[in-house]
Design a protein around this ligand. Structure first.
Ligand code: GAL
Length: 668
């Protein structure tokens, strides 16, 4: 854990993006700073892929162009988020240290000519990244342009796991530290199964491709080890910088778009959280996935400031079909991040690059130049964010938490599950989307953390649940909380071993129910749930045979293998209530269910117009309602105060234009 380093130099909401001037002439640099000023840009991320152009040979640094660049930016009032380019080691590095290449699960050595390709466990790589971070911070710690340090780029992608000999060796060391004895490891991994019992540490390997499914506990530990090694690389760089520099240090996460890093652990190691988010084009409501990313970024920081480090002004270039953003969409996306707590709105990247793999990616300054819709919207947004200075540092509060546990996701994603149809992402999105449509702001949380501040905790996908975490959830309900648990939860312990007593056993007391048998359905089969009042809820793909231990039945299966049996239960436990939902309800049906759950929890819904997203940020003297209208029609929001973007008084209501945004201040 680091001491918090505040956000000292920048007042207001920072605006800008990745800047890669090494791809351009000096003349272009001079044009860039003029246009940056025009667009309201006050922060750029520099040097993220510049290793080969700064450390030109091992230990030989040429800072001349970076000196010139930082001075130019500073003279033009643009602050710098200075990157360490360790996601992209130079050709000379690999020529000298060929062992530092990553080897993938199938035994393929990853080649050069791309990025993100060094072994996290290579001693040469570790030495090189610390040398670079130290040299960079020595040079620029006191440079007036530098307000933030940006370590590496998106740890864990495009490769996280490494099956090279040095990684296997490090894995053994990590296991010895964790288990101390081979007996401990054999028991945790259940190696009696399929005769995998180990008699020497040197016999243990990484879970590389094998004739059949590899021991899931071994794979889970390898995922934990990978996360640990990546974080050790980050910490090594961070500490090298910290020796010289006082500015905050961060590394860019990909909240809900990457799964190799446990962001709860990473959140403790950064001074401010930063996130990269890109819309997923096949999702027609991708702005809801974006909201998940923003809420998760805020949550993993546990109260630290967070910033949007990257998003796109329009299309990306790496999806099967890269859909351009429609007019106003970039501003809506930005205001959603801002509303959910982001204190900077940054993009990949400032100027569209002519060469290389990303030339079809949108930018703040597109290939079409300034006479373009994108640049006009970029400049407009820069002006708008300039009007929101007073909102910086204000916070977002939530009554509801959704459990988000990376370790459980890693375990659930392994092979040979009861059906391929279960997806933690899908279930989290379904419950989140219900809450989003009901206008309820959520935090994400771990099952073991203090949950007492929440009226409602939802566990859409808690496949793995430790006994201690189950006790925590039980206590939360006993103390008056409302808990909702969805199917295929509390199935295994931390070693991916089924709980003694069977599925759901650790939550049996609090839920008043457990699971006798999983009953997955054939593709396309449905599983309706009939409620007491006669209403029929739509569900599919999964049922469970439940055994009641005191819970009331809220709904029974109307068809399928469990027809006539309990599907949804409700149990009072101590001062609280706990719900269990043993099937996949569709979005409409979740509304009926959640209305009953909200009533138990005392959570109120605001009754907003459909498609109008409203989030509140709380400051010391005022609160701010950020409204994002995703509709093609105007939407009316009941409000009093002052709308900051249009600088108008609001009495009673404010009309948010079709596809538009508003920020309404209410003085306390
Ligand atoms: C990010 C990455 C950027 C850029 C961007 C394109 O994941 O950090 O460097 O590649 O994707 O969308």
């Amino acid at each position: 854990m680091t001491t918090p380093h505040a956000w000292p130099e920048l007042r207001g909401i920072a605006y800008g993006g990745d800047y890669n001037p090494e791809q351009w002439s000096r003349e272009t640099w001079r044009e860039d700073v003029v246009l940056m000023r025009e667009a309201g840009v006050n922060l750029v991320s520099v040097g993220i892929f510049s290793w080969a152009l700064v450390e030109v040979a091992e230990g030989e640094f040429d800072f001349s162009w970076l000196d010139e660049l930082l001075d130019l930016l500073h003279e033009n009032g643009v602050h710098v988020d200075l990157g360490t380019p360790t996601a992209s080691p130079p050709a000379w590095f690999f020529a000298k240290h060929p062992d530092a290449h990553v080897i993938d699960r199938d035994g393929r050595t990853m080649g050069f000519g791309s990025r993100g390709m060094a072994s996290h466990s290579s001693a040469a790589y570790r030495e090189a990244i610390v040398r670079y971070a130290d040299a960079l911070a020595t040079r620029y710690a006191k440079h007036p342009a530098v307000v933030l340090w940006h370590v590496h780029n998106e740890y864990g992608v495009p490769v996280g796991e490494d099956y090279s000999p040095q990684s296997v060796n490090a894995f053994r060391g990590w296991l010895q530290e964790k288990y101390a004895t081979l007996d401990g490891l054999n028991s945790a991994w259940g190696t009696a199964f399929w005769g995998q019992h180990y008699t020497a540490w040197e016999h243990i390997g990484a879970p590389a491709a094998a004739p059949s499914v590899v021991n899931p506990a071994q794979r889970l530990d390898f995922a934990r080890f990978t996360d640990h090694q990546l974080r050790a690389c980050y910490i090594a760089e961070r500490d090298a910088i910290r020796v010289h520099a006082d500015q905050p240090i961060t590394t860019n996460f990909m909240a809900n778009q990457s799964w190799t890093t446990d962001l709860w652990a990473w959140g403790r190691e950064v001074d401010i959280v930063s996130d990269d988010h890109y819309l997923w084009a096949p999702d027609e409501d991708a702005h809801i996935g974006l909201s998940i990313a923003a809420d998760l970024s805020r949550s993993v920081g546990g109260g630290k400031p967070w910033i949007l480090m990257e998003h796109s002004t329009s299309a990306v270039n790496w999806q099967p079909r890269n859909i351009a953003k429609r007019p106003g969409e970039m501003a809506r996306n930005s205001l959603t991040h801002f509303g959910r707590g982001a204190d900077a709105i940054l993009f990949f990247q400032w100027r569209a690059g002519r060469s290389g793999a990303e030339k079809f990616h949108s930018a703040m300054l597109p290939h079409a130049g300034t006479n373009s819709r994108v640049f006009r919207e970029v400049a407009q947004l820069g002006g708008d964010l300039g009007r929101l200075e007073e909102v910086q540092g204000s916070t977002v509060e939530a009554d509801v938490a959704i459990l988000w546990d990376f370790e459980s996701f890693w375990a659930q994603d392994l092979e040979w599950r009861p059906t391929d149809d279960i997806s933690h992402q899908e279930r989290i999105r379904a419950y989140y989307e219900r809450l989003w449509r009901d206008g309820i702001t959520v935090d994400f949380a771990l099952p073991g953390q203090d949950l007492s501040q929440y009226k409602l905790v939802v566990a859409p996908a808690q496949y793995m649940l430790t006994a201690a975490d189950a006790e925590n959830l039980t206590r939360y309900v006993a103390d008056g909380g409302t808990l909702l648990v969805s199917y295929f939860s509390a199935v295994v312990d931390e070693n991916d071993a089924v709980h003694p007593g069977g599925f759901l056993a650790p939550l049996r007391d609090v839920l008043g129910v457990d699971v006798e048998e999983h009953l997955p359905l054939r593709a396309g089969a449905t599983a309706g749930v009939a409620l007491g009042g006669g209403e029929l809820l739509g569900a599919d793909h999964w049922q469970e045979a439940l055994r009641l231990h005191g819970a009331d039945v809220f709904g029974r299966y109307s068809q399928g293998p469990a027809a006539g049996e309990p599907a949804i239960t409700r149990n009072t436990h101590g001062d609280g209530t706990a719900w269990y939902v043993s099937t996949r309800l569709d979005a409409d049906s979740l509304k009926t269910l959640m209305n009953a759950v909200y009533a138990d929890a005392g959570v109120s819904t605001e009754g907003l117009p459909e498609g109008l997203e409203v989030i509140t940020r709380h400051g010391a003297d005022a609160s701010y309602r950020i409204a994002v209208n995703h509709n093609e029609q105007d939407a009316v929001l009941a409000a009093d105060g002052h709308e900051l973007l249009s600088d108008t008084e609001v009495q009673g209501s404010f009309t948010v234009p079709a596809g538009g945004v508003a920020v309404i201040r209410t003085t306390k």
